[in-house]
Design a protein around this ligand. Sequence first.
Ligand code: HEC
Ligand code: HEC
Length: 225
Amino acid sequence: MMHLRVASVFLCAMLAIVVACERLPGAPKASIPVVVGSPSWTLATFNTNCRGCHSQGAEGAALPLVNPGYWKIANDDQITKVIALGQGVSMPGYLDENGGPFSADEIDALVKGMRSMWGGEPHDGNPVLPGTISPTLVVGDAVAGALVFESACANCHGANGPAGSVTDPMYLRLISDQGLWSAVVYGRSELGSPPWNSPMPNHPNGLTPTEVADVVSWLATKRTQ
Ligand code: HEC
Ligand code: HEC
């Protein structure tokens, strides 16, 4: 008992000194040491730099990253590259060599930290969507994609649908093909947007990987018109 008391009194004294010191003019700010890659560093880094765009719900302009479905499909090399170099016109690059705030090691640590908090085991491949499409390569048949859109998407995204237009050229200029692919594949369940493999109108088992590629290719043709 005695020991505990002494320890806590000692701690109070130390704290008082720290607090008092902080009030001295010119004294350096007492800061909590944060280890790069630790959960607290990862969270603080995410909250400061990414959360404004990548949070859940209507305020998140981009795909939420606190999203196990995302980490299950996306691969770490690709994620690292996007963070370093950016994607499309709306996602800035974060690598110091390109004027960003982070070194390559810090970006690596951020990706590993986010995966261990939100996504489980890392993987290199793309086990859920094998074959011709991958997050880096979206090549489909735009003519077939028009039919996919009509049957699977138009109920929600058509002229009288409850969801916003995704065929508006102004919207399409702001989002890359990769971003469209991600929007269709991962969905935004918190906003009512279904992921690729869940039931959609006329597609009770969701879409096939080919249908995803086709509809993305069709949307891309709308961008240039
Ligand atoms: C059950 C209704 C529903 C269906 C079916 C659906 N979506 Fe969506 N989708 C939504 C909702 C709701 C959103 C979220 C916000 C919004 O745009 O209204 C959304 C978001 C999106 C976005 C992202 C918009 C952004 O925030 O950048 C894209 C792209 C998209 N959908 C494409 C598609 C495509 C392509 C299909 C067909 C394969 C499809 N959606 C099927 C409801 C649906
Ligand atoms: C200004 C808003 C903004 C900020 C800040 C931002 N992002 Fe993004 N991010 C986006 C948008 C928008 C996209 C989709 C761009 C596209 O494809 O056109 C995106 C795409 C991504 C993707 C790729 C998603 C996919 O398609 O697979 C990753 C990963 C990502 N961002 C991570 C981050 C991380 C980590 C941070 C913080 C270090 C961050 N972003 C900061 C807006 C932002």
